[in-house]
Design a binder for this molecule. Sequence first.
Ligand SMILES: Cc1cc2nc3c(=O)[nH]c(=O)nc-3n(C[C@H](O)[C@H](O)[C@H](O)COP(=O)(O)O)c2cc1C
Length: 334
Amino acid sequence: VKERVKRALPAPVLAVLLRLKARVLLRGAYAYDRRRFDLFSSTVDPYASQQNLASRITETYHNLEKGLSLPAPRPGFGVEVVARLVGYVQRYVALYGSDYVSTSAIATLASYRSFNLERGLDELQIPSNTGIVSLMSSVDSLPRGGVMEVRRDDILRATEAVGAEFFESRVSVRDFAAGPVDVADIEFAVRAAQKAPAVCNRQYSRVYLIDDPKKVQTALRIQGGARGFADHVAAVAVITTNLRNFWTAGERMQPWTDGGMFSMSFVLGLHARGLGSVCLNWSKTASVDRAFRDAFDLPEEEVIVMLVAIGPLPEQFRAAVSPRAPMNHALRRL
Ligand SMILES: Cc1cc2nc3c(=O)[nH]c(=O)nc-3n(C[C@H](O)[C@H](O)[C@H](O)COP(=O)(O)O)c2cc1C
């Protein structure tokens, strides 16, 4: 019927109707994203859940560690930030107990306190000293926190063996060898992904690994971009970012920026382990997004950034050339 109506309509009318339909769909998609950001992000209520508060704590202790890493931090800096952080951590531990979020924050506070003592402040002059000491005494041990010394030589040694070839030899693989992938290799790639920069170190992107063959096929069928090679995919990684980590209108796109950086590092991590991969877009309408969430029971508060199909590399295979624009397109001096 749709096709018959389309054929019956004069071309200019059809064009107007199609444009109208596209705009209505676009509005619907934005409304879907806006509703989800409204509902889960920390814009309205930073205390709505453990994850909302964890992201505030992370942002706040990051302000302190950032301050400590400057060339000449001022003793006693950050009075308001420290007070806020102590309050957040006390609240977090009371509600949810101690975990890596609270201990990382306390480790930063401990480092901040040491910094002030080393710079000659006495206990009474250190902002929120009583709160800091009480939090420090509530834990048996602390992870590394605050700042660390980094040696240029160590960085140069680690990067010496990495040349253009590492980046240029990565290609999207759409012709995988048979066989499973080793979870240790996936973990290696996840560790690489976790080292990606993220806004205020709110590092809460995640990889869901699907390696059950039937589930792999379900994921690829819903995604729809692996036609012709889906049968040979060993595993699918679903990369998500949690909306609870972001707040305010300005951060409405941040989940995809952070999730995109996380994804790239994940793909390079797979490449470093000799696994083939191809990113699969999550440029989806609300209905496809819903279908995937329902099939895999993904938490509502997370957005899907992309899928990555993974498999062993064949001895030899064909890959799309995918030419790149010239340097004068990609690099401009302002
Ligand atoms: C976010 C994203 C989504 C993509 N989606 C698909 C997809 O659905 N199907 C596919 O075959 N390739 C997909 N690709 C792979 C691109 O086509 C590929 O990265 C590009 O052509 C560059 O080629 P290269 O990866 O071999 O360097 C996607 C890539 C990205 C970054």
